[in-house]
Design a protein around this ligand. Structure first.
Ligand code: AFP
Length: 322
């Protein structure tokens, strides 16, 4: 079984990018340990604070953010970082080549119930001559990402990673702390009978999504002529991992629950990295209007609707949006 560094070097990954990825993974190993300790490490439950998006922060959100932020800024490999848990971007080494956007602990409402959580990250090049303190350096479409990945803290700790040459899956060998290649190339089947959506929002969806899901639920006697299964983990990392492993459609569509917040998932540190991983595994990632990786971001905490997964199923869903 091969370790991560030689695999990435064979793929033409530069020393600097490899060092940056390894730096992120060093923090993730620490987060994996803390998550695994659960109540023993005294980090379950919430803080009294909210992040800039008005969401209550879990203690593990804050801890994971601090771990990633400190290690990245101290490493000298990043020009700036953007995090779900930071109000603003944070400047790093002005001479560094890369910038990193991350969700330090996705699905953090799952921490207190010993369910799936993970870290999602996106690496881009800083524009030449740019100012490390200028948030505009993050305003790049997702197709310019040079690497994207997530670390899923489940029964085992799994890394899905792409540097634009396919999506590979690694498993953390906790006996010696190395990520080992356990799946050479993830390949999302084009067809599926499985979907993931938070159905409790059904009455707030737009007609296109209402009609699509209702046809899935109608099963073999409905227009689709086959039965579908449904899953919802409440952590995008968990749902996308299932899609990478066995296919499926994952969506968090627009809804009218809160008119000021029609979308839930964040573009820079959720939708973009997941879209790159999914496309690199042969799947598709769209908003309903456009390919996620083609969106020009307007601000760092921008949210979008997401429809991703098995290619033929995403296309069928998009057919309802035309
Ligand atoms: P948190 O990281 O705040 O728990 O949010 C997770 C998430 O952004 C995404 O990972 C899930 O798919 C989605 O929210 C879950 O949303 P619901 O709360 O509607 O189930």
């Amino acid at each position: 079984m091969r370790r991560l560094p030689p695999v990435l070097i064979e793929d033409g990954c530069s020393r600097e990018l490899l060092s940056l990825i390894r730096t992120i993974l060093a923090a993730c190993k620490e987060i994996s340990f803390r998550v695994g300790q659960g109540a023993l490490s005294g980090v379950l439950g919430s803080t009294l604070d909210e992040n800039i998006q008005g969401e209550t922060q879990k203690k593990l959100d804050v801890l994971s953010n601090q771990l990633l932020k400190d290690i990245l800024l101290e490493s000298g490999y990043v020009k700036a970082i953007a995090s779900e848990e930071e109000d603003f971007t944070v400047a790093g080494n002005p001479d560094a080549e890369y910038i990193v956007a991350f969700d330090p602990l996705d699905g953090s409402s799952n921490t207190d119930i010993n369910s799936l959580v993970g870290t999602i990250f996106s690496i881009m090049r800083a524009p030449k001559g740019s100012d490390a303190a200028d948030p505009a350096i993050f305003m790049q479409p997702g197709h310019q990402q040079v690497a994207a990945g997530y670390v899923l803290y489940g029964p085992c700790t799994t890394l899905a990673l792409t540097i634009g040459k396919g999506t590979r899956i690694f498993t953390l060998d906790k006996t010696h702390g190395s990520f080992m290649l356990t799946q050479e190339f993830a390949k999302i089947p084009e067809d599926t009978k499985e979907f993931a959506i938070n159905a409790s929002n059904q009455r707030h969806w737009q007609p296109a999504m209402q009609n699509y899901i209702s046809d899935l639920l109608a099963g073999e006697t409905g227009p689709r002529g086959k039965n579908f299964n449904m899953r919802w983990i409440a952590a995008m990392v968990g749902d996308v991992h299932r899609v990478l492993c066995r296919g499926g459609l994952f969506t968090y569509p627009a809804d009218t629950k809160d008119p000021n917040k029609p979308f839930k998932l964040r573009l820079l540190y959720e939708a973009n990295p997941m879209a790159m991983l999914v496309e690199q595994a042969g799947g598709m990632a769209h908003t309903g209007d456009e390919r996620i990786l083609d969106i020009d971001p307007q601000e760092i905490h921008q949210r979008v609707s997401v429809i991703l997964g098995s290619k033929n199923e995403v296309e069928t869903c998009l057919g309802y949006h035309k």
